[in-house]
Design a protein around this ligand. Structure first.
Ligand code: NAD
Ligand code: IPM
Ligand code: MN
Length: 357
């Protein structure tokens, strides 16, 4: 029996995750799949109540006894230093060694794209974001804090192993999915140590995949070209910070954060394969108003099912999302007038119908 940890988190997290959970439960019921979903209340409320972000032993418990984590979002103005986000989300990514942050940029309908004349066949790529190091490594410090002489440093940590494995993951995925192009993006013209490593590793690894056309673009040029010619990209691989920024840009090409899904993966993990979450955050401006778009969370649940070996069931969730789009049963952020719950009800009913058929 697959065991899934559910961490709704803060803000709109619980609203969108409850829809994703209902979608998973609906498909599991219809297909007689045994899933055990266990809910955890980690997030700002819990942290402010008892000081716990993740209790000792929790990460090991997820690693050894769970197959996946379904995650909402963390972020709350009452925790201004974002400590709980670091100790929950980033800690899970790092300590479960979820080195692949897989973020599809896939346009579901032409009307969502802000670019003139671009349709679903033009905006269809995936970003492989390095997820365990780079500027997120939390290496650094503040010297002479609060004085006029203060110095703040965050080191950009890039290991040969870390860079190689994310680049290889991008090439392997391209081959497995019949894609022809992998673009690596860095800033090696300015960051001449850290990103020189990316350059060398990319060239070496690309040579092992002669069927794939390798390309390199500096991150500034890529940001421009993604807007001009998104159709020129199949797979983009980049470092942690650039991947973070690029995937909000990618989300905007597809109708916004309400539709952007992600999977944090360790393809080599013995049990816990990954953490699945929408790209968006806790969207405090929308929280508790029924305005949050639950589709990114449902698409993330589809990635979860797919990665647990239930590709057909994952595809059902994706088709249910596409049905909501086709029927314009949508929240306001993507031009609809329905509430989170109304979209959720539609998607869950569609999952039930598709799973029976
Ligand atoms: P955000 O992604 O929460 O919101 C950005 C904009 O997109 C807002 O206008 C928001 O209303 C909108 N939006 C986001 N998700 C939406 C949805 N499902 N439906 C409709 N609209 C949606 O980013 P932010 O405002 O920069 O950050 C808010 C908090 O979330 C911060 O504390 C930040 O650190 C945190 N954050 C967490 C994650 C995560 O947990 N993975 C990701 C990003 C930001
Ligand atoms: C994301 C988020 C996180 C990140 C934040 C909340 C630390 O923006 O998942 O994209 O930067 O990775
Ligand atoms: Mn982000």
């Amino acid at each position: 029996m697959a065991k899934i940890a559910v961490i709704p988190g803060d803000g709109v997290g619980p609203e969108v995750v409850s829809v994703a959970v209902r979608a998973i439960e609906a498909v599991a019921r219809a297909r007689s799949l045994a899933f055990e979903l266990v809910h955890f209340d980690y997030g700002a409320d819990r942290y402010l109540r008892d000081g716990v972000t993740l209790p000792p032993g929790q990460i090991e418990d997820f690693r050894d006894h769970y197959d996946a984590i379904l995650f909402g979002a963390v972020g709350d103005a009452r925790v201004p230093d974002n400590r709980h986000a670091r100790e929950i989300l980033l800690a899970l990514r790092f300590q479960l060694d979820l080195y692949v942050n897989f973020r599809p940029v896939q346009l579901l309908d032409e009307r969502f794209c802000p670019l003139k004349g671009k349709g679903p066949s033009d905006v269809d790529l995936v970003v492989f974001r390095e997820n365990t190091e780079g500027l997120y490594a939390d290496v650094g410090g503040i010297f002479k804090k609060g004085t006029p002489d203060e110095i703040a440093v965050n080191e950009d940590v890039n290991s040969r192993k870390g860079v190689e494995r994310i680049i290889r993951a991008a090439f392997d995925w391209a081959v497995a999915h019949g894609k022809k192009r992998v673009c690596m993006s860095d800033k090696s013209n300015a960051l001449r140590f850290a990103h020189d490593l990316w350059q060398r590793a990319f060239r070496e690894i690309a040579a092992d995949y002669p069927q794939i056309e390798p390309r390199h673009l500096y991150i500034d040029a890529l940001a421009m070209k993604l807007l001009e010619t998104p159709e020129a990209f199949d797979v983009v691989v980049t470092c942690n910070l650039f991947g973070d920024i690029l995937t909000d840009l990618g989300a905007a090409l597809c109708g916004g954060l309400g539709l952007a899904a992600s999977a944090n993966l360790n393809p080599k993990a013995p049990r816990c394969r990954g953490l699945f979450e929408p790209v968006h955050g806790s969207a405090p401006d929308n929280a508790g108003k029924g305005l949050a778009n639950p589709l990114a969370a449902v698409l993330s649940a589809a990635l979860l099912l797919d990665n647990l070996g239930h590709a057909a069931e994952g595809a059902i969730l994706e088709r249910a999302v596409r049905a909501a789009v086709a029927a314009s049963v949508l929240t306001r952020d993507v031009g609809g007038d329905r509430s989170t719950a109304e979209v959720g009800d539609y998607v869950v009913a569609e999952v039930e119908r598709l799973a029976r058929g």
